[in-house]
Design a protein around this ligand. Structure first.
Ligand SMILES: Cc1ncc(COP(=O)(O)O)c(C=O)c1O
Length: 433
């Protein structure tokens, strides 16, 4: 399945595999993985101390060619074959017979996904809104709360625009004030941010919006403790979980935010344009629906808040399949694997002369998102060379703020891809691009 031109390019990765697997038949394993590609099978649960050969079999469930290492989960993840199959099967079913009687099961499938999401997040289906993505979910909060002049909204400077610019635009309309806690690099530790946010909370603060794990450099936030401090001061919390759902265990019963927003097409590896907004029962009466149309959900808040008009129900159903896939594989194993690959990148990049890491190496302050500045190399050119010559895809970060390259590996990536990326960066740092 891999194009013939890849043979030379993948020499390095095969050698690395051989070292890591400690066996000779790496070529056979890679070929088998390619053969099984696109053939959906029930994924085997990750054994304790899963070896590289296990992760290679997991990789075989993804459509990506064997020679392409995409480490860009923070932006968009591929879906494994069972999810693609579920999406295609439900879409075919709908298009073969779009009658109401045939679509009854789609409504049921949508509710099944709601239930699965609730289980995944340790909350109730009555608190789950099936949104399109994190952007929409966060905006449903900033548009839905009654805020007025004199009120304050407290935000983190490194929030995504959907949880930063969105509030600023609405502040112009509704007259409330936005206060910002600035990011500090390197991550100064949980205590620093707990202190910085707590000091900014006043009697006027109505809501705190922060990011569980930042997309820029992968700063991990003490979400549970921040939510607790806000709650004690009567301040609501909106946690942007775009980078945490599907990567790490997210237990909202423990974290206790008022709102949590996330996307299914990132780390959960679901279909595109599926997302979630959690709204705690205790605050549901305080948030207005922003879209009022037809076809609401069947339970709890979704009955009044989720009448978004016609939806892509097959995609929502396949989102459920993505959650099943991760649950079967093992969520703790997924996080451990992504972290392991991220740590390998951090360790390797730290050894390359001239590379400046923006991501804190301490696993208490980061997770699986690794950003760095490759000296004075042109990031756009480097990114293009990595993709075209080395078949490694990351995300170029060309802005002035901690610019460089970001790698965000997930459980479908392999150590050989990390090694290949490190070897290539080292080479370009020496010879230029
Ligand atoms: C932290 C964070 N929040 C929100 C978003 C927006 O996600 P989406 O485009 O799925 O709405 C992103 C996207 O990268 C993100 O990284």
């Amino acid at each position: 399945m891999a194009p013939s031109s890849t043979a030379a390019k993948s020499t390095f990765s095969r050698r690395q595999f051989a070292g890591r697997l400690g066996i000779a038949g790496v070529g056979t394993l890679l070929a088998r993985a390619s053969e099984s590609r696109a053939r959906p099978q029930a994924v085997e649960p990750a054994p304790p101390d899963a070896r590289e050969s296990y992760w290679l079999s997991v990789r075989g469930q993804f459509l990506m060619p064997a020679d392409l290492g995409v480490m860009n989960a923070a932006n968009l993840c591929p879906s494994p074959a069972p999810v693609v199959e579920a999406l295609v099967a439900a879409t075919r079913d709908m298009d073969r017979d779009p009658s109401f009687p045939n679509r009854v099961k789609m409504g049921e499938g949508k509710e099944a996904t709601r239930t699965l999401l609730a289980e995944f997040l340790h909350v109730t289906p009555e608190e789950i809104i099936l949104a399109r993505n994190t952007s929409e979910a966060s905006n449903l909060v900033s548009s839905g709360l009654d805020l007025k002049p004199g009120d304050e909204v407290l935000l983190f400077s490194d929030n995504h625009p959907s949880n930063l610019e969105a509030w600023k635009v609405k502040a112009r309309r509704f007259g409330y004030t936005v206060k910002i806690v600035d990011q500090v690099n390197p991550h100064p530790g949980a205590e620093y941010y707990l202190d910085a946010f707590t000091r900014q909370m006043t009697d006027r603060t109505k809501i705190l919006g922060f990011t569980h794990l930042t997309s820029t450099v992968g700063d991990l936030f003490p979400a549970r403790e921040l939510c607790r401090r806000a709650r004690e001061r009567g301040v609501l919390t909106l946690v942007d979980g775009a980078q945490s759902l599907g990567l790490m265990e997210v237990d909202l019963a423990d974290m206790q935010p008022d709102f949590y927003a996330s996307s299914g097409h990132k780390w959960p590896c679901g279909p595109k344009e599926v997302g979630v907004l959690y709204v705690s029962k205790s605050v549901q009466a305080r948030v207005w629906p922003s879209i009022v149309s037809a076809y609401p959900g069947a339970v709890g808040l979704s009955k009044t808040f989720e009448s978004f008009g016609q939806r892509d129900e097959p995609a929502i159903m396949a989102f459920g399949e993505a959650l099943r896939f991760q649950t079967r594989l093992g969520r703790a194993a997924i996080h451990a694997r992504a972290r392991d690959l991220g740590q390998a990148l951090v360790a390797g990049l730290g050894k390359i002369d001239g590379v400046k890491l923006w991501t804190h190496p301490d696993p208490a302050r980061s997770s699986a998102i690794v950003s760095f500045q490759p000296g004075s190399l042109d990031v756009a050119k480097l990114s293009a060379a990595l993709y075209e010559k080395d078949r490694i895809a990351g995300a170029p970060r060309t802005g002035a703020d901690r610019g460089g390259l970001r790698f965000s590996p997930h459980f479908y990536n392999l150590h050989s891809e990390v090694d290949r990326a490190l070897e290539a960066i080292q080479r370009y740092m020496k010879s230029g691009v």
